[in-house]
Ligand binder design. Sequence first.
Ligand SMILES: O=C(O)CCC(=O)C(=O)O
Ligand SMILES: [Fe+2]
Length: 331
Amino acid sequence: MQGSTMASDGSHLRIPSVDFRGLSLSSPGGGSWDAAREQLMSALESFGCFEAIYDAVSEGAKDQLFHGVLPELFKLPREIKIRNEYVGLPYHGYIYQSPHAPFDSLRIEDSPSLHSVQEFTSLMWPDGNPTFSNAAWTAAKQVQELELMVVRMILQSMDVEKHYDSLAESLIHSVRFSEYGIPFDQETKVNIKAHADANMLTVVCQYEVDGLEVQARDGEWIRVVSQPNSFTVMLGEAFQAWSNGRLRAARHRLRVTGHQTRCSVVFNSRPKDEILFQAPNELIDEDHPLRFRPYKYPDYVRLRFSTEGRPNHPEDPLQAYVGVEGQLNAA
Ligand SMILES: O=C(O)CCC(=O)C(=O)O
Ligand SMILES: [Fe+2]
């Protein structure tokens, strides 16, 4: 375990930080790029996640999001918020029901597209809300660059950088805005139980009120303490599958432990609907036989959420539904 993972009081582990300040997708190499890449790979090995220090989204922009823009969004009446529907996939539009706590959450698909953001904005505010559109779109563009830097670094480290362009092209980026109330179960204080995300990468931005916890490989739960300029980058199941199991998705949960509502802005990327997602041949060999069958993301997500919450919901759905050794069949 790296020394940098210990908090200063020594009582809590911290997930490792990786400094992206000054790095850019347009020059994917050089001393500080390579140093960041090494730290990132070592963090992924132990935690499936890391803290990215990334100042393209300034603290002022975060403050505007969390104190200016989000309160306005969440206070809209439910009749308006349900306009944020997404028919293609479960849980990909407005969600307001949680068995664990009061909860309200909206999502913009393809958020680095100004057109998509404006479409969402005009559903919520028919008279327009340029402050919202600009804040959401700008942050989505900036975090998309962070996500693509992470993808590029991971591919470089696995010696498959030649697949970067086609992989980046196969992804769609989105953002979700969520508001979590005080959990009903005050013993566990759990708002979202332990899971890995089905997508490629998740980038969590929390501000002032924390709640995200990630599980280290040894099983220990680590609470993510938000810091200035930090974003938590978590690897999802799709990346685990694409890496043929060389990388492991981050297991995480959400606990609101205080008495304040907690908001988050969660950016993510996932394979586009039509892509048959699979590990590249270079990552499959005698020592690393194919671990996951090629699959289309929507098929996997529908299957996964159709059993979510049921007693027979598998502990490791990726393995169960698309694992070569899986028990259940995705067909
Ligand atoms: O809101 C967050 O911080 C993360 C929530 C989460 O884990 C999820 O939506 O999958
Ligand atoms: Fe999650």
